[in-house]
Structure formats: structure tokens, C-alpha cells
Design a protein around this ligand. Structure first.
Ligand SMILES: [Zn+2]
Ligand SMILES: [Zn+2]
Length: 335
């Protein structure tokens, strides 16, 4: 099977042939249809994830068809179209696991970071951590839902969104665009915060009622004038962008970070204590969150704009991401 292998930090992926692996107990072999290229893949390849185990096949936005099941697996059956996400396994018996919060398990294992992921024609995955795709959902366009979509959807839930919440989304790119569409579908009022007005038309097309361009407007002041945001979701890979909005939260409001970098988050503590403000960094989600994300996306016809690439184009796509070229989510498609 054709496979892209990261041999070490800061090395380009090597495209190579490998034997198709066998699924062990509790595992399924998935013939991969598509795998999205996530910003976290770049972070891993550039050495910002010390838990990464090289040599490694990256990729955690996987869709494919179950080709074989290992001993003891009765679900999902061979032939089922499934998706696999960042969280690839957990212990199953700690307090977090038994409460359905497997993403917090201290012994969790991450797909494409500590074991081989989706930049290959086949992957072996834990049966309990793959999710059947809802009927009719295009498995190629759905690949980014397994991380970008799940993270956006679950961040809105973690931030206690309700109908009529005022939600501000920083960063109109991949995760941000999905967050806007999910928030609108959940009944929220949405503002989008971008550096320039380049993506204003698309934000409004997705249902945003307000666009704040930080090159000419103070985002916190603009949010206050709007009545304050109940939830600010930062989808930009910049902690500073989130810091600049914090005083624009309404009382009891949440800042949820999906995007961040190495910069510190500077907290306006007086304002925060007077208004009981919350800050959270949300790591994707648990298997039930994946199921809900896929069901909600199918019900509201929310799929990301994607650019299809081949496995041999993965290095070029990662280089473009490293250079900061914004664009549609790149998705590796297998024949
Ligand atoms: Zn656990
Ligand atoms: Zn990801």
C-alpha cells in the first residue's frame, strides 16, 4: 500500500510502499477514502508535539470503508463507511472514560501522532473509536469534519451556546467557517472577526450578521457595542488575536480556543472576576461528540470547502500551510 512516512522532525514525508497491516483484537482495517491535512499534522512534523513517535504516518481526519475486522469485533461490520479522528484509543476504565469523556483519558492514544494515521491507503484503527458516517454524507468532503468540524462543533457546545447566543468567531478559515455555519444552524447570532475584509462576503453568505476587520476596528470595542459576546471561538492560529477580544465578552461569557500559538494568553483578570468570564482550550472531542458532529452536519448540510490532492502532493500542501497560504482544507484522496 502507498504510504507517506515522516521519518523524523523537519524531514519531508517519504512516499513508500508498505504491506497492508492486519487488524488485531478490537481493531478494524480501514481502506482509506480520504484524509484531511490538519494544521496539527504540520505542528507534529515540525516537532511541536513531543509525544509524537517517529517514524510515523500522520493524519487524523480519516474516512474510509471497513475492509476487515480483528478478533472479537462485531461492530462496525466489513463494508461500513466510517470516519476516524484525533482520539484513537483510551483506557476504557478511568473516571473520564466511564463518563464518556474519553478525550480526557490520561492513557489516551492519538491517531497519526502516537500510532500510524491516514496518510496511507490502509490504516488499522480501534473499532470503538471509528464512527459510521450518516447515510448520504460525501466521505471525501466529510474527512475534515473528523477534526476541524468536530473541534468547531464541540467548542461551541463546551462554550454553552444556546439559541440567541451572540457568538464571535475569530479567523474565517477552515475551522472558523465551519464554526460560523454550525453556530448559525444552532440559532445563534454570529459575528466574524478577521484581519481584513477579504472574507466578509463569505462570512455573510454563511449567515454572520456582523464582520469586524481588526485592521481598522478594535475587536473588543466592536463586540461591546454589539452587546458583548456570550462565546468567542478563536479559530486563528494566534493567541494574540484572542487576547485582543477578551474584554468584549458578555458576563458569564466563554473564550474557547481552537487556534493558538506559543504566545501567552494575557488575561484581563479584573474584568474577568467582575463578570465571571471563562477560558478554555478545547481538544477535539470524544466518540459521542464525533457522532453528534456528523449527524448535525448531515442534518444541516454542512460540509467544508475542500481542495482534493493526491498522497504525492502531501509535502507541497504542508509546505503551503507552513508558508501561511490560506485556502480550502486540503484533503488527500485515494482511488
Ligand atoms: Zn481512560
Ligand atoms: Zn486536527
Amino acid at each position: 500500500m502507498l504510504t507517506a512516512v515522516a521519518t523524523a522532525v523537519d524531514e519531508p514525508l517519504t512516499i513508500t510502499e508498505r504491506d497492508v497491516p492486519e487488524p488485531g483484537p478490537g481493531e478494524v482495517l480501514v481502506k482509506i477514502i480520504a484524509c484531511g491535512i490538519c494544521h496539527t499534522d504540520l505542528d507534529v512534523l515540525q516537532g511541536r508535539w513531543p509525544i509524537a513517535k517517529f517514524p510515523l504516518v500522520p493524519g487524523h481526519e480519516i474516512t474510509g470503508v471497513v475492509a476487515a475486522t480483528g478478533p472479537g469485533v462485531s461492530f462496525p461490520a466489513v463494508g461500513t463507511t466510517v470516519g476516524a479522528q484525533f482520539l484513537g484509543d483510551s483506557c476504557g476504565h478511568c473516571d473520564y472514560c466511564v463518563r464518556g469523556d474519553q478525550i480526557l483519558c490520561p492513557r489516551k492514544r492519538i491517531t497519526g501522532i502516537v500510532f500510524d494515521g491516514g496518510y496511507a491507503e490502509y490504516a488499522v484503527l480501534k473499532a470503538g473509536f471509528v464512527t459510521p458516517l450518516p447515510e448520504g454524507l460525501d466521505p471525501v468532503a466529510a474527512a475534515p469534519l473528523m477534526c476541524a468540524g468536530l473541534t468547531a462543533f464541540n467548542s461551541l457546545r463546551q462554550g454553552k451556546i444556546t439559541a440567541n447566543s451572540r457568538v464571535a468567531v475569530i479567523g474565517p478559515g477552515g475551522v472558523g467557517a465551519l464554526a460560523v455555519r454550525y453556530a448559525v444552524a444552532m440559532g445563534a447570532r454570529v459575528a466574524v472577526i478577521g484581519r481584513s475584509r477579504r472574507s466578509e462576503a463569505q462570512a455573510r453568505e454563511f449567515g454572520a450578521e456582523k464582520f469586524i476587520a481588526t485592521q481598522d476596528t478594535d475587536p473588543a470595542e466592536a463586540l461591546k457595542a454589539w452587546g458583548g459576546a456570550n462565546l468567542i471561538l478563536n479559530a486563528a492560529p494566534s493567541t494574540e488575536a484572542a487576547t485582543a477580544t477578551l474584554t468584549g465578552l458578555a458576563p458569564d461569557g466563554w473564550l474557547v480556543l481552537c487556534g493558538y500559538n506559543e504566545d501567552p494568553l494575557i488575561l484581563p483578570t479584573r474584568t474577568m472576576v467582575l463578570n465571571r468570564l471563562h477560558v478554555m482550550i478545547n481538544p477535539s472531542g470524544s466518540p459521542h461528540d464525533t457522532r453528534d458532529t456528523l449527524a448535525f452536519s448531515a442534518a444541516h448540510d454542512i460540509l467544508p470547502e475542500i481542495t482534493k490532492v493526491g498522497l504525492r502532493d502531501a509535502n507541497a500542501s504542508l509546505d503551503a500551510m507552513a508558508a501561511g497560504h490560506a485556502g480550502n482544507r486540503s484533503v488527500i484522496v485515494f482511488d
